[in-house]
Design a protein around this ligand. Structure first.
Ligand code: SAH
Length: 211
């Protein structure tokens, strides 16, 4: 149920759903998704569904992770990537397969502790995790070739636009109750925004979570 074969089937499904980036598909074969969900849910880890990860958050479904990774990569491997909303760390682990280094920021401390353990177990060591408000970005590590948000925001945080490298791209769900997937690219002249299809994510929440 949690084998390489199950993962291969998931990837076949992703191909049928329109994911074409071989680097992303290879990453999804390589990373065992069941490690990132609660043990009682591990038999559903490879279904195309979002699953709860506690604290009212969810691990995004495999298609969404693949789609956003494909949009971020856009045909070539990014150097430095910033992810906002580490959650389970599954998207983080996928990004780590094809990026030189990944910085991932999460506002809920206990989620980060578990994720640190999982990434360690899988010996993924090009990821830096930070407990902070991701809406402020991570200026000390900027600029980033890619920025990905795994929760929705109605407005684009200005700090993130500033921290995007020239020719960098940012992929995120934009909106509140109604959301669309957005890609922002930075060039020498400024920024361009492309709006894609409707999506459904949890909301970004400013500030660090307190018990
Ligand atoms: N990629 C994750 C998605 C988790 S859901 C996964 O597949 O598991 C979105 C995550 O964004 C949650 O863990 C939530 O706590 C986090 N988040 C929301 N607002 C945030 C903020 N301002 N800064 C950092 N993380 C935030």
């Amino acid at each position: 149920m949690t084998s390489q074969r199950t993962r291969a089937r998931m990837v076949e499904r992703l191909r049928m759903q329109g994911v074409t980036d071989e680097a992303v598909l290879a990453a999804m074969i390589a990373v065992p998704r069941h490690i990132f969900v609660e043990e009682v849910l591990s038999n559903r880890a490879y279904d195309d569904v979002a699953l709860p990860i506690n604290f009212e958050q969810t691990i995004s479904n495999p298609f969404t992770v693949a789609r956003m990774s494909q949009l971020l990569r856009a045909g070539s491997n990014p150097g430095k990537v910033l992810e906002i909303g580490t959650g389970s760390g599954y998207q983080t682990a996928i990004l780590a397969q094809f990026s030189r280094e990944v910085y991932s920021v999460e506002r809920i401390g206990p989620l980060l502790t578990r994720t640190r353990g999982r990434l360690g177990e899988l010996r993924i060591n090009n990821v830096r995790l930070r407990h902070a408000d991701g809406l402020l970005g991570l200026s000390q590590a900027a600029p980033f070739d890619g920025i990905i948000l795994t929760a929705a925001t109605p407005h684009i945080p200005p700090a993130l636009l500033e921290q995007l490298a020239i020719r960098g791209r940012m992929v995120f769900p934009r909106g509140t109750s109604e959301q669309v997937l957005c890609v922002i690219e930075r060039n020498l002249q400024g920024y361009t925004e492309t709006i894609l299809d409707e999506v459904k994510f949890v909301q970004m929440i400013p500030g660090i979570w307190q018990r």
